[in-house]
Design a protein. Structure first.
Length: 333
């Protein structure tokens, strides 16, 4: 059993299957928690450092402290965190090399977290059940499993589900909530059928919120910002806001766990909109707003039929003239 130290609640994002928007989920979840006014710590356990890169973090040319030092037990409690450009969001970067084959003691992570001045922790785990991942899953208060609704991802989810349960039985005695988040969904076709199959198999463990397939996700990745900042009112952005709210409700995070009360959804969205407006690179991009227009907005009167297509009339006149000329030419001796 892991020795428990006072520390913030830990949300581990994990799936054996790659390509299921795991890092995307971890970064958007962390940013939504920070937008609530909670001090959020994002731990990048993946040696590739994709979580940090998704937030625009560029490691300096000289080696810096990170998860590598934490796993080795060389990091003092609460040390190694770097501030991001987002208020309330700090990052523990990946570090300089892969540590997946090294021994990682869950008590080491517990001890380090006890020295962190944070309200909640999000851990982006690599898609492999290595030493660092086992360390995070053993102490996690919740395990978020993103998955695509396709047959191969469904198989990977089933394997992840039972492997995680076995690991928890062997390594930890405190309760944990496992939640499944459907990502890259489509309301029609085979993906919709597979989503229904996953919901039927795993029941209430599947979050009601689902992340739709949205090209804004790849655009946000190119801009090195989470999609909730790139398009907070877009399809995927708003879905991640809703998914975060559902996770918070299920975990009963907030006043009951000594965390500040959660703001309303509109207040949270306004915070994300303000942060977006503060990013110079995003100011020139169009803002997608899926909110319904106010009832008082006047609707423009419809244009008369044909008024918007004068070229049709011109084409008909030209055709008539050419037809008459052709007829006259053919009829002449």
């Amino acid at each position: 059993m892991v020795n428990r130290h006072p520390r913030p609640p830990v949300l581990a994002v994990f799936n054996h299957k790659g390509g299921v928007a795991k890092t995307t989920t971890a970064c958007n979840l962390a940013l939504c928690l920070a937008a609530r006014g909670w001090r959020c710590l994002l731990i990048d356990l993946d040696a590739q450092g994709n979580a940090g890169a998704s937030l625009g973090f560029t490691p300096p040319p000289t080696p810096m402290a990170g998860v590598t030092d934490l796993v080795a037990g060389h990091l003092a409690p609460g040390a190694g965190l770097v501030d991001t450009v987002y208020p309330n969001l700090s990052l523990l970067p990946a570090g300089g090399h892969s540590w997946q084959n090294e021994r990682a003691d869950p008590a080491t992570l517990e001890f380090w977290l006890a020295g962190c001045a944070g309200d909640v922790v999000v851990v982006d785990c690599p898609p492999a059940l290595g030493a660092a991942t086992r360390m995070a899953l053993t102490i996690a208060d919740a395990i978020i499993m993103p998955t695509r609704p396709d047959p191969l991802a469904h198989q990977g989810l089933t394997h992840t589900w039972y492997e995680t349960k076995r690991l928890r039985r062997e390594g930890s005695a405190h309760p944990v909530q496992a939640m499944i988040l459907l990502t890259l969904t489509d309301a029609r076709g085979p993906l919709a059928d597979e989503a229904l199959a996953i919901r039927a198999e795993f029941g209430p463990a599947v979050l009601d919120a689902a992340i739709p397939y949205d090209t804004a996700i790849s655009e946000a990745t190119r801009m090195t910002v989470p999609v909730v900042l790139f398009e907070p009112d877009g399809g995927a952005g708003r879905a991640y806001v809703d998914a975060t709210a559902e996770i918070v409700r299920r975990l009963k995070l907030g006043p009951r766990s000594a965390l500040p009360a959660s703001p309303s959804t509109e207040t949270l969205l306004n915070t994300l909109r303000d942060w977006r407006a503060g990013r110079t690179a995003l100011r020139r991009l169009p803002h997608v707003d899926n909110r319904p227009p106010p009832a008082s907005v006047a609707r423009p009167a419809p244009k008369p039929a044909g008024a918007s297509r004068p070229w049709i009339i011109a084409a008909l006149l030209i055709g008539a003239v050419l037809g008459a000329a052709l007829q006259a030419l053919l009829g002449s001796p």
